[in-house]
Design a binder for this molecule. Structure first.
Ligand code: SAM
Length: 244
């Protein structure tokens, strides 16, 4: 059965990129079941109101709980299976490749896209009584809404679902899969504008090429992301010492 992804949003058009490229193709091939829902479907007044001013004062508007509650009631019937609910929020758990791997194993994910100053907290508290809820942050900055965060999360998750990506081997050595950034990569021509591809890559010495890639990955990680290097387990360096 396909992995099911439901997205509840004020702006369904924002999710149109999910019709393109590899994700679009995975949907056509029946591997992903993506359903985008407009939150205003679950309003009842003429203005289809979804927001109101914050209790306790402060700037901006907050999303009212009722439309969200009704949306979840309808999308997640009491007697059926439960999705894992992902709520993008700058106050959530940082999104990482590890979390993407965790989410790729779920049969059903539902996403709640906030707008304005965010969603009334009771929506999340109530949803937790029905399903597993994870607030997820893309990083330490603030977006206008959760839609772009959902595009990012779905893209990172979908390519880990078996069969979605054409070549599964391309996942293995990638940046962040082993705690290191990936080594730089090259293709033809061997010389371009006076710049040459590192000779070792043309040498055909498989073992030496593997070692070169590993060393360049280490160097790049040390230069760009010393925090990642510091987080590597000590066994990594034991193994490294043995191999040089
Ligand atoms: N008042 C909120 C706060 O300070 O935490 C920010 C609300 S933001 C303007 C509106 C919506 O954008 C959020 O509800 C969330 O869905 C989304 N969003 C903004 N920044 C995000 C981030 N770094 N990661 C994930 N979602 C984010």
């Amino acid at each position: 059965t396909p992995t099911r992804l439901d997205v509840v949003t004020l702006f369904p058009e924002y999710l149109q990129p999910l019709e393109l490229s590899l994700i679009g193709r995975a949907r056509q091939r029946g591997m992903l079941d993506v359903r985008v829902h407009e939150l205003r479907t679950w309003t009842h007044d003429v203005h289809r109101t979804v927001d109101d001013s914050p209790y306790g004062g402060g700037p901006g508007m907050i999303m009212r709980p009722e439309p969200w509650g009704e949306a979840f009631d309808e999308l997640v019937p009491e007697d059926g299976p439960r999705p894992r609910l992902i709520v993008p929020s700058p106050a959530g758990r940082p999104f990482t490749q590890r979390m993407a791997t965790e989410l790729a194993a779920e049969p059903w994910l539902m996403f709640a896209c906030g707008r304005y100053e965010g969603i009334d907290q009771r929506v999340i508290d109530h949803a937790r009584t029905r399903m597993e809820v994870t607030e997820v942050s893309l990083g330490d900055y603030v977006l206008f809404g959760g839609e772009v965060a959902v595009l990012v999360i779905v893209e990172a998750v979908a390519r880990l679902i078996p069969g979605v990506l054409g070549n599964a081997a391309s996942i293995v050595d990638e940046s962040h899969s082993d705690g290191l950034l990936e080594a730089p990569m090259y293709t033809k021509p061997a010389e371009w504008r006076g710049l040459e591809v590192p000779e070792i890559l043309l040498s055909g010495h498989h073992a030496r090429i593997v070692r070169w890639k590993r060393d360049r990955a280490l160097l790049r990680t040390a230069q760009e992301r010393p925090d990642l290097l510091a987080a590597l387990p000590s066994e990594f360096f034991d193994e490294y010492d043995r191999s040089v």
